[in-house]
Design a protein around this ligand. Structure first.
Ligand code: 13P
Ligand code: SF4
Length: 369
């Protein structure tokens, strides 16, 4: 009831912003940005809409943005145009005096929601009951809630991103025999496969089943436990899409994000984070052709910025991250106005209980990155 009332109040507060023209929104955002220049930092993930992306002081992938958040202790407010796990990461890595704002609190990540602390603790218990002490390192993809990062920190593990997953997994194997990787099975499988780990040493962990759906023998045999999570956007790319483009254009280069399935990744030429994809296509020679398997906003921007090349979206379907899409110019303006008026909204505050160990897990990653 209270939530419904809050949502209604928010809706009417925002309604006036939806009556503004895009020119007015742009003008008001620009004015606020310059008036608060010395205390405001806007971060924009590569999947953001152009209407907010253009206002970011820094843009980048999850790793790059977390590094910026950690470095800019001079800015009182960090407005994060991205999704909730990114804003939480920024809050963990900033000083207690800084405030992190997510312009729309509904901007979550459906993959991050596929692992929760209860399920991960159960999995840990089941695994450690069957295995010798200190056999496993927990690794969480940065696309996860703060309590899962804290779990990893507290159990000798750490965080990874799509940029540094291989380095992080290597670090873990130098210390312990096995890893529990969550929540994205695809990033885990694609990275471990590239590192030469055979598929029969990777066990899927289904949190809905006892022992993740594995026999005790399979658990003892596996080196990698892959949580049964995935990104609903990247799972829409299919191997047939790669075949189609190769047939149409034999010289085409296929570049995809490692959240795509192994079948797609295996057929592609290049794999990497959003930052890697942007850099690779942008630096490629004029006249080259590219088919790109990641979120649509990013690919549309790549097309616009690389008119000397041919850039295609790998899927015939619209693969858009609907939660990233929630941050629009209206929400950004509203968030900035509330900061200036001294009554900020949508501050992301990671509970003290999670902050310490989550920071340990993130700092282990940053030290390696
Ligand atoms: P990057 O870290 O590569 O930007 O990826 C984040 C993400 O959520 C991809 O779906
Ligand atoms: Fe999460 Fe997928 Fe959106 Fe990335 S694209 S934020 S993994 S739902």
């Amino acid at each position: 009831m209270e939530n419904a009332l809050e949502a209604k109040t928010l809706e009417s507060a925002l309604a006036e912003y939806y009556r503004l023209s895009s020119d007015t929104l742009d003008r008001r955002i620009s004015i606020l940005k310059s008036r608060m220049a010395d205390r405001l930092l806007i971060l924009g993930h590569n999947y953001q809409r152009d209407e907010v992306y253009k206002f970011a002081d820094y843009t980048g992938d999850s790793l790059r943005l977390s590094q910026y958040a950690a470095q800019r202790s001079d800015r009182e407010y960090i407005v994060f145009c991205g999704v909730k796990f990114m804003a939480e990461t920024a809050d963990i890595l900033t000083t207690p005096k800084q405030k992190v704002i997510l312009p729309d609190l509904a901007a979550g990540c459906s993959m991050a929601d596929m692992a929760d602390i209860e399920n991960v603790e159960t999995a840990w218990q089941e695994l450690t009951d069957l295995l010798p002490d200190s056999a496993i390192t927990p690794i969480t993809y940065i696309n996860s809630s703060a309590d899962l990062k804290a779990f990893c920190g507290e159990h000798g593990g750490l965080v990874c991103t799509s940029t540094n997953a291989e380095k992080i997994i290597r670090w873990a194997f130098e210390r312990r025999e096995k890893i529990l990787f969550f929540p994205d099975q695809h990033l885990g499988r694609n990275t471990c496969k590239r590192m030469g780990i055979p598929l029969d040493k990777m066990a899927m962990w289904d949190p809905a089943q006892p022992n993740g759906g594995n026999t005790p023998e399979a658990i003892r045999n596996a080196r990698v436990f892959l949580w049964k999570g995935f990104c609903s956007v990247h799972q829409m790319f299919q191997p047939g899409h790669v075949d189609y483009f190769r047939k149409q254009y034999p010289d085409i280069r296929i570049i995809v994000h490692p959240e795509c399935s192994m079948e797609v990744v295996d057929k592609s030429d290049l794999i990497g984070s959003t930052e890697y994809i942007i850099r690779t296509v942008s630096e490629a020679p004029s006249g080259t052709r590219w088919a790109v398997g990641t979120e649509l906003n990013l690919v549309n921007r790549l097309k616009k910025d690389n008119t000397d090349k041919e850039v295609f979206f790998l899927s015939p379907m619209v693969c858009m991250c609907s939660t990233m899409f929630r941050i629009d110019a209206q929400h950004l303006l509203w968030a900035l106005e509330r900061i200036e008026s001294g009554s900020p909204v949508n501050q992301i505050i990671v509970p003290e209980a999670d902050r310490y160990w989550a920071k340990v897990a993130l700092e282990r990653m940053l030290a390696l990155a």
